[in-house]
Design a protein around this ligand. Structure first.
Ligand SMILES: *Cc1c(COP(=O)(O)O)cnc(C)c1O
Length: 434
């Protein structure tokens, strides 16, 4: 499989090169040259397959020239060592819990898959690879955890001082080994700007091998297809048409679901549910894509005003709006509506949704109002403990502390304070020479 840049001004590359580069030299996102089909029998017999077999068959065509079959299976076994249960909410609705991994947010699978691919590829590189990533919260923890101990790879994470939750900060700053946290005196936007500057700094790039681990990297994006296949396996016996609702920020997760549909999975419809950052819901209404600055909400992992992966959805549909709107609806919800949904579901079923899952729930219910007879699944992208203050202030209950989080409470924070790009560059060049 070759990958081309969606800006169409860069050469096609292999999976390996697309993963190492992250973004194409013309600043475009990479996209597979063709979308393979899984045989009908794959879906007919999916209940008999293990999650490792499902994942292997789905991703194999995308990576087979660059990762030997046995190595791919080894990676999948390492990445998928936890469950993805489908939990019923009511008769026609269920939630797919994606938060049983080490950092309790769905980003664990993509981050671990990328880490293992890069670890494999770095074996042939002369120089260590440095992964640079800015985080507003969840990404940093998942990346740090996924890359911990991977040989030949160093990870540098920038986060805004005082602007991530206590649990999120612990997930970034307590691991040590090949992971360094830089605590930036500034906002998330400042962190992101510094990372962008580094990737445009030819002097720095000539000295070191730098890559990014944000959600546009194909090794983080593609394995998210697995979730939708795992959900299908668990709901197939319902014998109903399937609709997915995905709480969306950068639109990587839902775009991967739409890829699974392209591979042949029977899905009736997708709903992209957002908070008030409604660039895509507006696009689906007006056909006009108008990015804007992001607004802070209680579902803060989705506070994105210009979703980076939406362009991939447009590519899947060859920018044919009329076909796209037959497969995708998109709705936006306020914090007030989100809290109300959390209360409603908790009071009627006892299930505790996190604010992101609640946005997904709302989008699903809206779609199902007019689509009787569908079986609806919304994705729960984070454990409610990760958004403890919102859950406690909304529901007046405290979710049980899972062991992954409890063990963090005893570790010491280690971070290096930085103020500006010059300090970032000095840190990177110094760490490169030792
Ligand atoms: C990252 C994240 C999202 C948004 O996912 P995208 O792929 O960026 O749309 C939703 N919920 C949580 C908890 C997240 O961490």
């Amino acid at each position: 499989m070759k990958y081309f840049s969606l800006n169409k001004k860069a050469p096609k590359v292999s999976f390996r090169e697309a993963v190492i580069r992250g973004i194409a030299p013309d600043r475009g996102l990479y996209f597979p040259e063709e979308i393979p089909q899984l045989p009908l029998s794959f879906f007919e017999n999916i209940e008999e397959k293990s999650s490792h077999e499902i994942a292997y068959e789905a991703i194999h065509p995308f990576v087979k020239e660059d990762i030997p079959d046995q190595e791919l299976m080894r990676i999948i076994e390492k990445v998928l060592d936890f469950d993805f249960p489908l939990v019923p909410i009511d008769e026609n609705t269920a939630t797919l819990e994606l938060f049983h991994g080490p950092t309790m947010a769905f980003k664990d699978v993509g981050a671990r898959f990328m880490a293992n691919c890069l670890g494999y590829f770095s074996g042939d590189e002369q120089q260590d690879i440095t992964v640079l990533v800015a985080t507003s919260g969840d990404t940093g923890g998942a990346v740090a955890n996924g890359f911990l101990g991977v040989e030949g790879v160093k990870v540098v994470i920038l986060y805004p001082s005082g602007k991530v939750s206590d649990i999120q900060e612990r997930q970034l700053t307590t691991l040590g080994q090949n992971i360094t946290a830089l605590e930036v005196d500034g906002t998330f936007d400042d962190c992101q700007r510094m990372v962008k500057n580094a990737f445009l700094d030819d002097d720095l790039l000539s000295q070191m091998k730098l890559t990014s681990a944000n959600s546009i990297n194909i090794a983080r994006w593609l394995p998210q297809m697995f979730y939708f296949l795992f959900a299908y396996k668990q709901m197939k016996s319902q014998g109903k048409e399937l609709a997915f609702s995905v709480p969306s920020g950068n639109f990587g997760n839902i775009c991967a679901g739409m890829m699974a549909f392209q591979l042949g999975m029977p899905v009736k419809h997708f709903v992209a549910a957002t908070n008030v950052n409604d660039t895509v819901p507006q696009f689906m209404k007006t056909r006009s894509y108008d990015p804007k600055p992001s607004t802070a909400t209680i579902s803060n992992a989705m506070d994105v005003g210009d979703p980076s992966n939406f362009i991939r959805i447009r590519e899947i549909y060859k920018d044919n709006f009329d076909v796209l709107k037959n497969h995708l609806h998109s709705y936006s919800y306020t914090d007030e509506a989100t809290r109300k949904a959390m209360k409603h579901v908790y009071n009627s079923t006892g299930y505790i949704m996190d604010p992101h899952g609640a946005v997904g729930y709302l989008g699903l219910k809206k779609y199902m109002e007019t689509h009787d007879g569908t079986y609806g699944i919304f994705l729960e992208t984070a454990h409610p403990i990760k958004f403890l203050d919102v859950v406690e202030s909304t529901l007046a209950v405290s979710p049980e502390m899972p062991p992954q989080i409890a063990q963090l409470m005893h570790r010491d924070k280690q971070s290096i304070p930085i103020k500006d790009y010059q300090e970032l560059k000095e840190f990177l060049t110094d760490s490169n020479t030792v």
